[in-house]
Each structure stands twice: as structure tokens, then as C-alpha cells.
Ligand binder design. Structure first.
Ligand code: GLN
Length: 453
């Protein structure tokens, strides 16, 4: 098929079905078809590379030159960036066709997509179910086959949890592997861009485009990028799998635990060995994250002041009124909650008690992983404690919502790569298996997922 036909196919599906899912905030019909025509031209000249003319979607957190980028917020409802994120530029360079920008929790704060200013997205597996978050639009769009692939970001679980809840594969790379330039910042020491698609192989093809050093991101790492598809078929015989005992505790329902253990048993059939390991500080991860992430968010979000760009309140009386009303009207409840928590944790009298303490805990958590990964090659666990929950179920209880990331958040604190792959069903809803690897072990994670699939 031609790229124009393929692009039209997905645009038609979006048009016919996305009223059910609300997975896109912006659809780029004209741009997509123009890019597809250009790709077909290149193809006919024999100048195609693997991504030439292939449709995909961007989470609406990646700046796209000339295309509205909202980050799920009223604050950026009409923001049209004058530049591309590095990730966006990489896909453009590769000749890929961007179908549109996907729905997300406001500023990526959430686990259900319900904090989006543009309304919640819906999980294709159940019309009353959340798709997870914050990359819920990307996950729902891939699961509903409205796009073959989508970019996403993960600060505490936002790629892996929605991938698990929507029954697709999603990878959060090592911190520093994918450039954060032009990716709207939430918590800069935790944010990492990554991939979502049906299969591990498609994730590998995406990472081939996204990974790499970027001088415009000071935490980007200058290290060779392998071809992530090259090792997908390596046998898993001898792979050492560790099961963190803290992640198989009573928080997990028997049905969830059984499904995940069945998937792990398949790995044993493929020649892997399994042993129990321990992450003794795992129970501190949520608490440390909810000091560090809001602290960084409160600093990052101070740029939205009604002066530079984005939303501005009507008729400000003076500068103070401009600041306060712009932020009062432009941010949603969850974002305000994080800014208040973060500002408190960073204030002079409390810095040592909260922020500094959380940073020390973070180091202990990282050290736990380093120790465990001396004994085994990868760690496996459920991605999240339950399948997709019902919309509204956790919106009035932020702590319940925060617990959704209990198995994913520590990985971000440590900066490690991890993926979620579909591992079975509980109550007719998809369940994810999380695979965590050592720094820069993305190829191994993708290989492990590909062998299962
Ligand atoms: N659910 C977590 C939060 O709300 C993680 C979000 C994310 O990874 N962006 O902060």
C-alpha cells in the first residue's frame, strides 16, 4: 500500500471511532496527507528508510512546530510552538507521518487521563474504564488501532501503566537515552520519553528513531545507539529473572498474581531461570516520589505566568493579579495540588525535612536495584496492582490514584529502563507484565518481550 492509503486508513478510523475514545486532542489531517504524499514520492525514488511514510501519533507533550501542543491543559490550549522537540524532529527526519496529538493527563500528572482539560480518554476494552495515564490517549489510540504507534512519556509510570491497562507494549528507556528537549517538563530528573505500540518489535523500531545524544538536553547521554531490532530474536536460554518479593505482596489480588506468574512460567519454558530477590526500600518509593516530583513540578510550572506564552486572564488589574488569576484559571485541580505540595516541600524551613530526605531515600532505592541486578539480568513484576478501573472511582481520592504507580515509580527514581507487555487477562481486561533492566539494557528488554510475543 502507499503511504497516502495507509494514512487515509488511520485518519478514517480516527474520524469514525475517536468520539468513543477521545484519544486525540488534535488530528493533523492535512499535514499528515501532505507528508504521506512526500513519502510516496521518496519511495518511488528508492529513497525510503524504515519509517518513510509510516503513520504514528505524538503525545501532546512533545512540541510540534506549527501544530498546537496543549499538554492536556487549558494553560496551553492555544499554544502553537515555533519549534520541534528533538523527538519530533527525529520522526520528521525519518519521514514518518504524524496523524495527530494524543490526549493526556494535564501536564502528565495522573494515572487515569481524567485530569485532562480536554476530557478523559476511554479504554477500548470497556466504555466505562480508564485507559490509565498520563499517556492514556496514546495507549487507547494504539489499542483501538487508530494509530500503529505513539510516543509517550513516563515520570512515574505513565508509559507502562496505560500500556498495561490497554493491552499493548510500552517502553520507558533509561533516563538520558531519549532527549527531553521540547518535551514539556513535569519533573525533570524523572521525565523520560518513550514508545508505545502493539508489539516489542514496533517499540524497537520507534526507539531506533528516538534514542540518541542531544547537545540541547544537558542530561542526555552520549552513548552509541544500537539497532534495537538486531537482537530481538536472540534465545532467552540462561536469562536470569529476579522477582522482587516486595512486588508480589498482599496488595496484589490472587487473580492478578496468578496471571503474572503464568506469564513468568512461559519464560521458564523458554530456558530462563527465576529466583526471588529483594528491594528492601520499595515501600518508600511513593512517598519519596510525591516529594521530589511535585517539588520539581512547582519550579518547572512557574514559567506559566501569563506573560511569556499560553493562557492569560482577561483585564488584569496589575502584575500580581495577572499572575494569580492566570494560574488560578489556567491550571486544573491536580496541577494546583502538586504546585502547593512542591512549594511547601521546597520552602526554607522544610527543605531538609522533606526534599533532602526524599533525595536520600531515592539513593537507597537506586542502590537496591543496583544490588538486585548484580544477581539477575532482569526483574519481573506486575506493571500495576489491578486491571483498568472504572472512571470516577479514584478521582476523589488522590492517594488511591497515587498508589496505582506502586510498582512503576521506583524505576524512575533509579533512572532504569523498563517495559510493560501484555501478559493475559483478569475479568476480561488486559494485565501487564513489567520487565525492568539494568542501565541501557533496552535491547535486552525488547528481546525478552519479543520472545514472549
Ligand atoms: N501517576 C504519576 C503521577 O501522577 C506518574 C505520572 C507520569 O509518569 N507522568 O505523577
Amino acid at each position: 500500500v502507499s503511504s497516502v492509503e495507509l494514512t487515509q486508513h488511520f485518519l478514517d478510523r480516527i474520524q469514525q471511532q475517536d468520539s468513543q475514545y477521545n484519544s486525540f486532542i488534535t488530528v493533523c489531517e492535512e499535514n499528515a496527507l501532505a507528508d504521506a504524499r512526500q513519502a510516496d514520492e521518496l519511495r518511488s525514488q528508492g529513497k525510503a528508510t524504515p519509517w518513510t511514510g509510516v503513520p504514528f501519533a505524538h503525545k501532546d507533550i512533545f512540541c510540534t512546530n506549527g501544530v498546537r501542543t496543549t499538554c492536556g491543559s487549558k494553560m496551553l490550549e492555544n499554544f502553537v510552538p515555533p519549534y520541534d522537540a528533538t523527538v519530533t524532529a527525529n520522526f520528521r527526519q525519518a519521514g514518518a507521518v504524524c496523524l495527530g496529538k494524543t490526549n493526556m493527563d494535564e501536564f502528565a500528572m495522573g494515572s487515569s487521563n481524567e485530569s485532562s482539560y480536554f476530557g478523559a480518554a476511554t479504554n477500548p476494552w470497556g466504555s466505562n474504564r480508564v485507559p490509565g495515564g498520563s499517556s492514556g490517549g496514546s495507549a487507547a489510540a494504539v489499542a483501538a488501532r487508530l494509530t500503529p504507534a505513539a510516543t509517550a512519556t513516563d515520570t512515574g509510570g505513565s508509559i507502562r501503566q496505560p500500556a498495561a491497562l490497554c493491552g499493548i507494549t510500552g517502553l520507558k528507556p533509561t533516563y538520558g537515552r531519549v532527549s527531553r528537549y521540547g518535551m514539556i517538563a513535569f519533573a525533570s530528573s524523572l521525565d523520560q520519553g518513550g514508545t508505545m505500540a502493539r508489539t516489542a518489535e514496533d517499540n524497537a523500531l520507534m526507539l531506533n528513531v528516538m534514542a540518541g545524544f542531544d547537545p540541547r538536553d544537558s542530561t542526555s547521554i552520549d552513548r552509541e545507539v544500537p539497532d534495537y531490532t538486531a537482537t530481538l530474536n536472540e534465545p532467552l536460554k540462561g536469562l536470569k529473572i529476579g522477582l522482587p518479593k516486595e512486588y508480589f505482596s498482599d496488595q496484589l489480588s490472587p487473580a492478578m498474581e496468578q496471571t503474572v506468574r503464568n506469564a513468568i512460567a512461559e519464560y521458564e519454558k523458554l530456558g530462563a531461570t527465576v529466583k526471588e530477590v529483594s528491594l528492601p526500600n520499595a515501600n518508600l518509593a511513593i512517598a519519596a516520589y510525591y516529594v521530589i516530583a511535585p517539588a520539581e513540578a512547582s519550579a518547572n510550572l512557574s514559567r506559566f505566568d501569563g506573560v511569556r506564552y499560553g493562557y492569560r486572564c482577561d483585564d488584569p488589574k496589575d502584575l500580581m493579579d495577572l499572575y494569580t488569576r492566570t494560574r488560578e484559571e489556567g491550571f486544573g485541580d491536580e496541577v494546583k495540588r502538586r504546585i502547593m505540595v512542591g512549594t511547601y516541600a521546597l520552602s526554607a524551613g522544610y527543605f531538609d525535612a522533606y526534599y533532602l530526605k526524599a533525595q536520600k531515600v531515592r539513593r537507597l532505592i537506586q542502590q537496591d536495584f543496583v544490588n538486585a541486578l548484580k544477581e539477575v539480568d532482569v526483574l519481573m513484576s506486575p506493571t500495576c496492582p489491578s486491571p483498568a478501573f472504572v472512571k470516577g472511582e479514584k478521582t476523589n481520592d488522590p492517594v488511591q490514584m497515587y498508589l496505582e504507580d506502586i510498582f512503576t515509580i521506583a524505576v524512575n527514581l533509579a533512572g532504569l529502563p523498563a517495559l510493560s507487555l501484555p501478559a493475559g487477562f483478569v475479568d476480561g481486561l488486559p494485565v501487564g507484565l513489567q520487565v525492568i533492566g539494568d542501565y541501557f539494557a533496552e535491547a535486552r528488554l525488547l528481546n525478552a518481550a519479543h520472545q514472549y510475543q
